[in-house]
Design a protein around this ligand. Structure first.
Ligand code: PLP
Length: 456
């Protein structure tokens, strides 16, 4: 697949916007931020140019500011990280108190109170069948571990039980195993034990029946008993689509029947994003392994696999560790973030405002119904731009233009994602409010105006 586009860093003069939620007072990016932007361009890999050129100065709640008086409504959450809100006071205070106490900044795998409190909390908030936790640093690592656990479990049952089934168009991170399970990349050698299925009801297929899964295996001459695990994003990130409930339930039953691990990758979907603490709750099933990351801390890097002891306890002491396993500061942040999400009733807010936002976006996009599709659940929506909606051909140029223009209007999105980079994701911190949504959508230079401009 072609790479996404670079964002230009030439300052663009634009109109002044002053609302209670958005403030654009200068050219964007501000000329004084160019030195930083240029240093990054000169010193970093080109792969790091993928986001709009705003140097984040301060963040709070659902807003991002630069150092020059400009302020955006943040629809990115830093790619679905800041679920509790940016710089939630509970997280900031917990980190400050921890540092002030003189407690260690790292503990390797030596026991720590911060880690103990977090793993206990994770077990408490997940279904009772999931009774072990392993902490890591990135989402991709949690996927690597889940694959390792599923394949080890499979191979111990039956040496031929090595297949890992994942879904076309899925994304699980940028490490080797995660890329084997995700979209094909030229640097990853095909591996016959990693097999992909169409994601039911995705941009590529309207077929939502579970038969599709079993038939595909048959076509590929894979015996169900040779499948070690099935890994799926709980909603497919690129278009924010959940599986049909019946499909997920049939998949759970199939995995149980054939002793394959059901792995839900909740790195994007977890911690309230979809209006439930975990998105698999929409399906009424319990997976064997859950990958968590991003919104688990709303801030510092930490990820986790939560799962059944049968899988999680397969390795002996020292055989499944990582230097920064449950590093104390991220662990403190995670505990505070979970408490903030629950205490501030942010899951309820996502469940209430999600349908509100969706209805408004559908309405705004209605004049362009042959070119735009809106979908999603809770506070993760995708607006997918098509050249030709019937042929499902994405329009990356329109999506990119929308992202760039929105920046000048005080609405901050991450770069387009999904098939052909045609999807703009709307995933604000879960503390966003109705008046902020209304302002961002309908206020001056808001999303409605931006869409009109881009589509004209
Ligand atoms: C569903 C999913 N899984 C895994 C990952 C990888 O997480 P990380 O970037 O922390 O490695 C991502 C990141 O976007 C993701 O969206």
């Amino acid at each position: 697949m072609a790479a996404a586009k670079d964002f230009g860093i030439e300052p663009r003069q634009t109109r002044v916007i002053e609302t209670p939620y958005r403030r654009i007072r200068t050219a964007i990016p501000h000329p004084d931020s160019l030195a930083t932007l240029r240093t990054l361009r000169e010193c970093e890999s080109r792969s790091m140019r993928g986001q709009p050129p705003v140097v984040w100065g301060k963040t709070h709640g659902f807003q991002v500011e630069d150092a020059y008086g400009n302020m955006w409504v943040d629809w990115s959450s830093g790619v679905l990280v800041a679920n509790a809100g940016h710089n939630h006071p509970r997280i900031v205070t917990a980190l400050q108190d921890y540092i002030a106490s003189g407690a260690p900044l790292m503990t390797y795998c030596f026991p720590s109170e911060a880690r103990a409190k977090l793993v206990e909390k994770l077990i408490h908030i997940t279904p009772k069948e999931l009774d072990r936790v392993f902490l890591l640093t990135t989402g991709a690592e949690s996927v690597e571990v889940a694959i390792k656990l599923a394949r080890t479990h499979g191979a111990r049952l039956n040496p031929k039980k090595r297949y890992v089934i994942s879904y076309e168009g899925g994304f699980h991170g940028r490490t080797y195993g995660a890329q084997l399970a995700g979209a094909p990349m030229e640097w990853v050698d095909p591996n016959r034990y990693f097999v992909q299925m169409p994601f039911p009801g995705s941009i590529d297929t309207d077929d939502k029946r579970f038969d599709m899964f079993a038939n595909r295996l048959k076509e590929m001459s894979i015996a169900p008993g040779d499948v070690a695990g099935v890994i799926a994003e709980t909603f497919q990130g690129r278009e924010a689509k959940l599986m049909p409930v019946e499909y997920a339930q049939a998949l759970r039953a199939w995995c149980s029947e054939h002793k394959a691990a059901l792995i839900f990758d909740e790195v994007q979907a977890g911690f309230g994003r979809t209006g439930r603490l975990f998105a698999f709750e929409h399906y009424g099933v319990v997976p064997d392994l859950v990958c968590c990351g991003k919104g688990i801390t709303s801030s510092l890097p930490l990820s986790a696999v939560v799962g059944r002891a049968e899988y999680m306890d397969q390795f002996g002491p020292g055989e499944m560790t990582s230097t920064h396993t449950g590093s104390p500061l991220p662990a403190v942040a995670a505990l505070a973030s979970i408490e903030a999400i629950l205490g501030d009733k942010l899951i309820e807010n996502a469940a209430e405002l999600g349908p509100y936002l969706k209805a408004k976006l559908v309405n705004i996009a209605r004049p362009y119904h042959d070119q735009i599709e809106v979908g999603g659940v809770g506070l993760v929506m995708a607006m997918v731009f098509f050249n030709n909606r019937e042929e499902r051909k994405p329009d990356p140029d329109k999506a990119f233009q929308f992202c760039e223009e929105s920046l000048l209007g005080g609405n901050l999105f991450f770069a387009p994602v999904g098939k052909g980079y045609g999807a703009i994701k709307f995933c604000p911190p879960l503390c966003i409010t109705k008046p902020a949504i209304d302002d961002a959508l309908y206020g001056p230079a808001g999303i409605k105006d931006t869409l009109t401009k881009v589509m004209s």
